[in-house]
Design a protein around this ligand. Structure first.
Ligand code: SIN
Ligand code: FE
Length: 297
């Protein structure tokens, strides 16, 4: 399998000029890897890199879109320092995406920024929540109707530990393998899930199929071990970007990462035919109601 990771030697967050080849790679589901684009800690921020700074009741510390901080322990000064560090990362991530993908800028919707101080190897999770298994991102409670999940990651480990990912097959290959095994969609069931508030809004057929791919890959141990894949150690002090709803990924080890999520309407891509929504629609052969019903799909 051709490598799904594209190495880009830029060393200035604000001066990475996008290229058509990189954009096509990203929209083709590849991971853009910037080995020389570290996130620099300010004096004093090293003290924020400890696992017990996270409230044990949450998965990650996050900076909401309104600037409020969630999931952190510590006094007001610690919380303010965390918010400042995560805000600075948010600004750098937005700057990077703005120069790399200028066409996206007007359509991007900001999502929370996360700080993940936990050691990946120690997490105990159900198979479905276990991100050490190869998957594409799809969330059971949050239908997105094909809106894209663009993520910027920075490994800020202070001891030089890499964040080790596995990166798997292209999305269309995955879809061709797992669609035939997908449970059929039921709009009736989707209505019940919405009424019970299991989902925050109506789960479209697109969202159903994405979850089927996510679960299908994660529960198939033969696929996990034997499908084409590469192990990618992202070094401490590096950055990488991917559409996590499209790039097949798993995290195997590492600790201390910053992550920015941005959402993009599928129709706003450079190549409208490359998105998971476009690929699944083509493979299934009918519209998947990628737009919420109340918006007229
Ligand atoms: C994931 O999105 O599956 C996890 C990525 C990471 O924690 O490195
Ligand atoms: Fe993921």
């Amino acid at each position: 399998m051709q490598s799904q990771v594209i190495r880009i030697e830029a060393n200035d967050w604000q001066a990475v000029q996008g290229s058509d080849a990189w954009r096509a790679a990203l929209e083709g589901g590849k991971v853009l890897f910037f080995p020389r684009l570290g996130f620099d800690l300010q004096p004093g921020e090293r003290a924020l890199l400890r696992p017990d700074i996270r409230d044990p009741g949450v998965r990650n510390i996050s900076l909401n879109v309104d600037g409020s901080l969630k999931g952190a322990m510590g006094d007001a000064a610690t919380q303010a320092a965390l918010a400042a560090m995560i805000t600075r990362f948010r600004e750098q991530a937005l700057g990077l995406i703005g120069t790399l993908l200028p066409h996206y800028t007007s359509a991007l919707r900001l999502a929370p920024t996360s700080y993940r101080p936990m050691q990946v190897e120690n997490r105990q999770q159900s198979w479905r929540a276990d991100d050490r298994r190869l998957h594409v991102d799809a969330f059971p409670s949050r239908p997105n109707y094909g809106e894209r999940i663009l993520r910027v990651f920075a490994n800020v480990n202070p001891e030089g530990m890499p964040r080790v990912w596995r990166v798997g097959e292209p999305f269309e290959t995955v879809a061709r393998k797992f669609l035939p095994r997908a449970k059929p969609y039921s709009a009736w069931q989707a209505k019940v899930l919405q009424a019970l508030h299991v989902t925050k809004s109506f789960r479209s057929e697109y969202d159903h199929l994405m979850l089927q791919l996510h679960d299908g890959m994660k529960r198939d141990m033969d696929y996990q071990h034997n499908s084409p894949q590469e192990t990618v150690p992202f070094p401490a002090g590096s950055v990488w970007v991917c559409f996590s709803d499209q790039a097949t990924h798993a995290v195997m080890s590492g600790q201390y990462m910053l992550e920015q999520t941005l959402h993009l309407p599928a129709a706003h891509a450079y190549d409208k035919d490359a998105s998971p929504l476009a690929i699944l629609t083509r493979l299934v052969g009918r519209p998947l109601h990628g737009v919420p019903p109340q918006q007229g799909a």
